[in-house]
Write a protein that binds this ligand. Structure first.
Ligand SMILES: C[S@@+](CC[C@H](N)C(=O)[O-])C[C@H]1O[C@@H](n2cnc3c(N)ncnc32)[C@H](O)[C@@H]1O
Length: 398
């Protein structure tokens, strides 16, 4: 994770301001809304290449630590590095440690094929068949598929930034035009795709998460979403070396009303991934479980309005807001943290909400009495819609 440690600085950051192509929009300071004493922490809102995100600045021993805020991370990681470097330049900091210098920028990965999740919510539409690969890792399989099937639109999902950057370089070098890449959790992504549009979903060698099964890609909810987005005859294809994961998936996939499974052991594919090579060398079995979708599904409404319509007095809200989680049968809301923008009746509320197995962690930015979700909007899932309606009530001034 890129970060910079500095022991002193010569200038205070003024907002709004700009250093080269990084804009500093505001600084928000942690607000003590729980009884627990805490160290002061700042969230600095930056914008580069039309992407807003937050940097975290806090004390670390005798020094200051500057890094990207986890909730608002962006790709490519170079954006974050540029923002961190611009901050220390702007305040003229005396750097003690930094890992933000680029080592090898010879091939600049193309950004044309790296898309924000907002793009999929608002703009993505295609007449082409869509194929999705979840957790493409080194990208061998995805690149091979895209080259073999130029008429299909591929979407690669990955949460590991170096893998994304590596794939984008290959996309550029090999002149491939039918892959879009998104840095997003696959368990949430599918909700943005229209029903009955996808031909194949590949999940090759997912992390089995034996000790944390709630982090697995496959779950009942995931399978339902996969069946919704798959065309009739479309397939969800799991390939794994883990017998436990295979058994778990077969259990989930058996006797579904709208799909049938086929199982294979040690089947060879046209291309073998890095993981596959490793497991084969170790003499492990490779299991395939393919779910074929047998029916068309209903379209869903993507246009839910996630705005906050009422005017909000931020200073009043934060003095009355409850730190206790709201827990209902099918959703919850927990206010995690609050950051205030000095003298402006404005700030950030960090909140976790939505369904229990797929909670969302977001900031709500309140500025000039208007509230909005910072960065992208929540997914229009039923749990998120219910949580949003409840949040609107919680953020109402009496
Ligand atoms: C074991 S690797 C397999 C990579 C590749 N499919 C292969 O066969 O070589 C699993 C990959 O899934 C990615 N991953 C894990 N959880 C994910 C999630 N929830 N959404 C998207 N990608 C995920 C990881 O970053 C990792 O690159």
């Amino acid at each position: 994770m890129p970060h910079i440690i500095f022991d002193s600085f010569k200038k205070e950051l003024v907002t709004p301001s700009k250093n080269e192509d990084v804009t500093f929009k505001f600084i928000a300071k942690s607000f003590n809304f729980t009884s627990k004493p805490r160290k002061t922490e700042y969230k600095i809102c930056v914008e580069k290449e039309n992407k807003d995100f937050l940097l975290t600045l806090k004390q670390k021993d005798e020094n200051h630590l500057l890094k990207v805020d986890k909730v608002t991370r962006v790709t490519p990681v170079q954006l974050v590095k540029d923002a961190l470097n611009a901050y220390v330049k702007e305040v003229d900091a005396n750097i003690v440690f930094s890992n933000t210098q680029s080592i090898n920028q010879k091939i600049k990965p193309t950004q044309k094929y790296l898309k924000d999740i907002d793009y999929f919510v608002n703009d993505f539409d295609t007449e082409k068949e869509i194929n999705i690969e979840i957790g493409f890792g080194s990208g061998r399989h995805l690149l091979h598929q895209a080259k073999e099937n130029p008429k299909i639109q591929y979407i690669g999902l990955e949460i590991h930034t170096p893998s994304i950057e590596q794939l984008l370089k290959q996309v550029e070098i090999q002149g491939i035009e039918n892959i879009l890449v998104v840095n997003y959790d696959a368990r949430l992504f599918m909700e943005f795709i229209k029903s009955n549009k996808v031909g194949k979903i590949f999940v090759h060698f997912p992390v089995p998460w034996d000790k944390k099964p709630h982090r697995r890609i496959y779950s009942n909810a995931f399978i339902n979403e996969a069946l919704r987005v798959l065309k009739k005859e479309g397939t969800l294809e799991l390939r794994t070396d883990s017998r436990k994961y295979f058994d778990y998936c077969v259990d989930l996939l058996t006797n579904l009303p709208s799909g049938q499974i086929t199982i294979d052991i040690n089947k060879d594919l046209a291309v073998s991934s890095k993981y596959e090579d490793r497991w084969k060398k170790q003499g492990k079995h490779i299991y395939d479980v393919v779910l074929k979708c047998s029916q068309e599904d209903k379209e869903i409404n993507f246009n839910y309005d996630f705005t906050f319509d009422k005017e909000i007095e931020f200073d009043e809200i934060i003095n009355n807001i409850s730190t206790k989680a709201v827990v209902k049968d099918d959703y919850f809301i927990h206010i995690e943290d609050i950051f205030t923008i000095k003298g402006e009746n404005s700030g950030l509320i960090q909140v976790t909400f939505g369904s229990f197995d797929r909670p969302l962690n977001k900031y709500i930015l309140i500025e000039n009495k208007k509230a909005r979700y910072f960065q992208d909007l929540p997914l229009p899932t039923s749990a998120n819609i219910k949580a949003h309606n409840q949040l609107k009530e919680m953020l109402k001034n009496d």
